[in-house]
Design a protein around this ligand. Sequence first.
Ligand code: HEC
Length: 155
Amino acid sequence: MKKQTLLGTLLGLSLLSSATVAHIEQSEPLQSLRQSYFALLGMTFGPMGDMVKGKIEWDNALFTTWANDLNHAAQFGVERGFAPGSDKGMTRAKPNIWSNMDDFQSKLDNFRAAAASLADIAAEGDPAASREQFVATGGTCKACHDEYKSKDYLY
Ligand code: HEC
């Protein structure tokens, strides 16, 4: 019984991985990959914003943990989620990304640099400085969204 279960699991896993390999060639999983990246950013940056706005009590240690999470998430190579041909489908990514890839990349670089500073500054434990760098980091999200993210799904 145990053996069967193990075999079933192994078969299931190998089916899953071949399906993943097949799908990775198509655009939708790349959209999922980049949307997962941004969802992770949003779900980390959101509670930090609640703390900055005073909706939840300021807690330096927790703010620093979130800032580190944001920084680590930021470093993930989301660029491969914007491979050529992944522009259509369920997405809010505007088509001008693919015709302005250098500018898009520099906005991503700016965000990553801001998130790295936010982690450093948070670790110093001065709430006013943390708040200021949080706002600056939010500005780098907005700079990209203003140009390259639609409010609604595009297709
Ligand atoms: C370099 C550009 C860029 C930067 C920087 C950026 N975003 Fe985005 N964001 C996008 C694009 C493009 C999408 C749409 C992706 C899609 O739908 O395929 C997106 C989507 C999102 C989404 C929706 C994810 C979903 O569930 O589909 C959230 C939330 C989000 N961004 C939050 C943030 C936050 C918070 C930051 C900064 C901490 C940030 N983004 C920085 C370009 C950017």
